[in-house]
Write a protein of this length. Structure first.
Length: 352
């Protein structure tokens, strides 16, 4: 087996097998065990060859894994070190004197996943505007933290040793943040993407396929926690990323990139293409599970995603400086202002 096509070949049948085992009311353990044994015997006898054999074997292995798996991820949040770090971050966010009373609660939700302080009307506004994913810790949040860490660590230089150390530090920091925030399905998916991308960066000459990264992450996460396939967050996260990897490049290519400089129209088109790609792949599931569809998702994402990114970047800087007791008042005002803009714009869209 070789290449991205083979990764797709084994991951999709495996995921289908896990889904069958998890959603089927009867235990399929003995059936799957027998199927694996029969397939192995057929393979040894030479009756099955090529890609069909791999697909059948991994489907049976998925059924077996889905029949015997247990929620190992539930134990992550109970790690004492990560619980202590989460409590300290929560305390630090609460201690910053923002003028707007809702800013502290919004930052707690964005950076720690703790939403108990958010008013119901704020949560309702985010949901009505189609921006609930912003409040739920996901790949967006870990991706921003990963990008911020990667930029800061560029100060270490570009030598071979510095290159390896940067990857180790980034992966370790993202792993700690993932565990600290409870290791939810969506953020674990993002962490696996980061790990796979960092490993591929250290394998020069090997072509990186986004769909292959998606498939490897799916396979690893289902092997570790097959039960997670029941999670709507897991399903939406992988569907959204599949839309970005499959549909977005095609839509994005409709508007040519400028030969030089930055074009606001090109940026707007790229942002809309990204939103459309996610919605095309996730909307059927959202409608099936919740019976809703965000009518103004394009407007929401054009406003909310840049504001959320700016808020998280400035908020992290504010927290780091506040931890050393040197956070300037102007930075507190900037974070507070961006938070107000984000909340206010989504409230307007929700009322449309």
């Amino acid at each position: 087996m070789d290449g991205a096509r083979d990764v797709v070949l084994i991951s999709f049948p495996f995921a289908a097998g896990v889904a069958l085992a998890q959603f089927c009311p009867l235990s399929l353990f003995h059936l799957s065990l027998a199927a694996v044994a029969v397939l192995m015997l057929l393979a040894l006898a030479g009756a099955l060859r090529g890609r069909i054999w791999y697909g059948l074997l991994f489907f049976a292995a998925g059924v077996l894994c889905g029949s015997t798996g247990f929620p190992v991820g539930d134990s992550f949040a109970s790690l004492g070190m990560t619980e202590g770090a989460l409590a300290k971050m929560d305390e630090l966010i609460r201690s910053i004197p923002f003028a707007h009373s809702k800013t502290n609660a919004l930052l707690r939700a964005l950076l720690t996943g703790l939403r108990d302080g958010l008013p119901r009307e704020t949560i309702a506004s985010f949901r009505a505007a189609g921006a609930s994913h912003i409040l739920a810790l996901s790949g967006l949040h870990l991706g921003i933290i990963y990008l911020l860490l990667s930029k800061l660590l560029l100060l270490m230089g570009n030598g071979r040793v510095a290159y390896v150390v940067r990857s180790v530090v980034v992966v370790a920091a993202c792993a700690f943040y993932t565990l600290m925030t409870g290791a939810g399905p969506s953020i674990v998916r993002a962490f696996l993407f980061i790990c796979i991308n960092e490993m591929m960066r250290h394998a020069p000459g090997r072509r990186k396929s986004p769909v292959a990264v998606w498939c490897i992450a799916l396979l690893v996460q289902l092997v570790i926690s097959p039960w997670v396939i029941r999670s709507v967050g897991f399903q939406l996260s992988y569907l959204a990323m599949l839309g970005i990897f499959v549909l977005f490049p095609w839509l994005d290519a409709f508007y040519e990139k400028p030969s030089r400089g930055w074009s606001p129209m090109r940026w707007a088109w790229s942002s809309m293409a990204l939103s459309i790609s996610c919605q095309v792949f996730t909307a059927p599931l959202v409608w099936l599970r919740f019976g809703t569809f965000p009518k103004y998702f394009l407007l929401t994402n054009l406003l909310a995603l840049p504001l959320t990114s700016a808020l998280m970047f400035s908020a992290v800087a504010c927290l780091v400086l506040a931890a050393f007791g040197i956070c300037p008042s102007w930075l507190v005002w900037v974070v507070d202002t961006i938070a107000r803009l984000l909340e206010g714009s989504l409230a307007i869209i929700a009322d449309m």
